[in-house]
Design a protein around this ligand. Structure first.
Ligand SMILES: O=C(O)CCC(=O)C(=O)O
Ligand SMILES: [Fe+2]
Length: 291
């Protein structure tokens, strides 16, 4: 099972020794969750108006794309939109800076994707089983293939009344794959081209994407697995930040409200040890090149 590794980082712009960086990258790549219990994201007095579930429309979070400076999912009025956008932008910049300082080896290749702000309480929320993140899963996005990239995410719990973000962390990726892979058929010929041509995927779904998506679904659909599999419950305190490869570490979010999240993509070849990538593990297990 993944370990939860506590690191005493308190400043988003902190510099680290080479030894610290080396330990951090090894832990991260082997599937540990790096937690910074005292690294918080400060919201200004005027930004505190966003500590309410009513600021979003029908979506489950506000999403910001720093590359295009676009905001989606909010229902606030025009003047508040600017403020909301600035807040999301600030989180995006801080998390990128932290990544660069902590993992300089990734810097050249790291791709910054969406920033999200999640003001809804997770516990008791109703969704379809596929979207239900209270079930253990590895991340894989149906419409957004990663192809040869990893999914690396930064999370910060900004709950104002001290409520933790309660997660479960499941068994190691290899064990998950041993359990589910034998029942997953390979991708059918022609499907990836079709999905892309009708706009169901943003790019071609690779064989690796196919297996990951099926694993994600098989895990969530298996209620007996969910009820019986070994896991560790962990509460991320309010005012803490954590970093994890969510395509590798089986995880579920059980309770909590108000969190920021920044998604990065990292080409497998940019890793310190690419043999630890889910893609390489699945390639070894299937004896196929999954592209
Ligand atoms: O909202 C959370 O705490 C995590 C949900 C999740 O599974 C994810 O973002 O990958
Ligand atoms: Fe997830």
């Amino acid at each position: 099972m993944s370990a939860i590794v506590n690191l005493p980082i308190t400043d988003w712009q902190q510099f680290f020794s080479a030894e610290f960086q080396d330990q951090a990258i090894r832990a991260l790549e082997q599937g540990d969750v790096l937690v910074f219990p005292n690294l918080s994201f400060e919201m200004s007095e005027s930004e505190k108006q966003f500590l309410s579930p009513t600021i979003i429309g029908k979506s489950k979070n506000v999403s910001f794309d720093i590359n295009t400076n676009t905001l989606q999912g909010s229902s606030v009025d025009e003047s508040a939109t600017v403020l909301l956008q600035q807040m999301m932008h600030r989180y995006a910049i801080l998390s990128k800076g932290l990544m660069h300082h902590l993992f300089p080896k990734y810097q050249q290749d790291l791709i910054q994707s969406r920033t999200s702000y999640r003001p809804l309480e997770i516990a008791g929320r109703t969704t379809s089983w596929r979207k239900d993140d209270t079930r253990l899963h590895v991340d894989s996005f149906p419409a957004t293939p990663v192809q040869d990239k990893r999914i690396l995410r930064v999370f910060t719990n900004v709950n104002p009344v001290g409520k933790p973000r309660s997660w479960r962390v499941g068994e190691h990726f290899e064990k998950v794959a041993q359990r589910f892979l034998p029942n997953i058929a390979g991708p059918a010929w022609g499907v990836r081209g079709f999905l892309h041509s009708v706009g169901l995927t943003k790019s071609l779904r690779s064989a690796y994407d196919h297996y990951m998506l099926r694993m994600h679904d098989s895990m969530k659909a298996d209620l007996e697995y969910q009820a019986t599999v070994d896991h560790l419950a962990y509460d991320f305190p309010a005012g803490s930040t954590w970093i994890v490869f969510t395509d590798h570490v089986s995880h579920a979010a059980m309770a909590g409200q108000f969190m920021f999240e920044q998604t990065f993509y990292l080409p497998v070849t940019a890793m310190h040890d690419e043999l630890q990538a889910p893609q390489r593990i699945l390639e070894r297990m299937t004896q196929k090149v999954l592209i």
